[in-house]
Design a protein around this ligand. Structure first.
Ligand SMILES: [Zn+2]
Length: 148
C-alpha cells in the first residue's frame, strides 16, 4: 500500500489563496465519485487511516461533501450504525478534539518540508499535522528538527 509520500504524490492541492480547500484525489475515481486506493479501499478512508489513525469499523465521512477529497481535516468518523445526523454530530466532536498537541514523527517532518517546498500554505500544514502554524514555521526553516 501507499506510504504517506506516495499517497501525497497522488493529490492535487488547493491554491495558496485557498489554504482550507479540498485535496482532490488524482488517482482512480470510482463510479460514485470516490477516490480509490486499490479495489477495496477508498482514498479518503486511506487518508484518514494514514494521517489520523485507526478507523476500523467506523465510517469515514466528508465535512466538505466532495467525494474525491482526501484532506484529513475534511474527514471525520462515525459508527456504521449511526444515522447521518449522528455522524455529523460526531464529526464536530472529532473536530473539537483536533487540538495542537500532536507529537510529530521524523517521517511527518520530512513530509511537511516536502509539502512546504511545493508551496502548501503554512496554515494548511498546521491543520494537517495538528500543530500550530508557528511550529510549522520553525520546522520548515529548520530551527526545529535540525537533525532531519
Ligand atoms: Zn474537502
Amino acid at each position: 500500500m501507499y506510504s504517506t509520500e506516495t499517497f501525497l504524490d497522488r493529490v492535487y492541492f488547493p491554491d495558496d489563496d485557498n489554504p482550507d480547500g479540498c485535496w482532490i484525489w488524482a488517482g482512480s475515481i470510482d463510479k460514485d465519485g470516490y477516490g480509490r486506493v486499490g479495489s477495496k479501499i477508498t482514498a479518503h478512508r486511506y487518508s484518514y487511516a494514514l494521517f489520523r489513525g485507526r478507523c476500523r469499523g467506523l465510517l469515514v465521512c466528508h465535512h466538505c461533501d466532495t467525494r474525491s477529497c482526501v484532506r484529513p481535516s475534511h474527514l471525520f468518523v462515525g459508527t456504521i450504525q449511526d444515522n447521518v445526523a449522528d455522524c455529523i454530530r460526531k464529526g464536530r466532536q472529532v473536530k473539537g478534539e483536533d487540538v495542537p498537541t500532536h507529537k510529530l514523527t521524523a517521517d511527518e517532518v520530512r513530509v511537511m518540508r516536502k509539502l512546504a517546498a511545493r508551496g502548501v500554505a503554512r496554515r494548511a500544514l498546521a491543520s494537517l499535522f495538528g500543530v500550530r502554524p508557528d511550529t510549522v514555521k520553525t520546522i520548515v526553516r529548520r530551527k526545529a528538527w535540525r537533525h532531519i
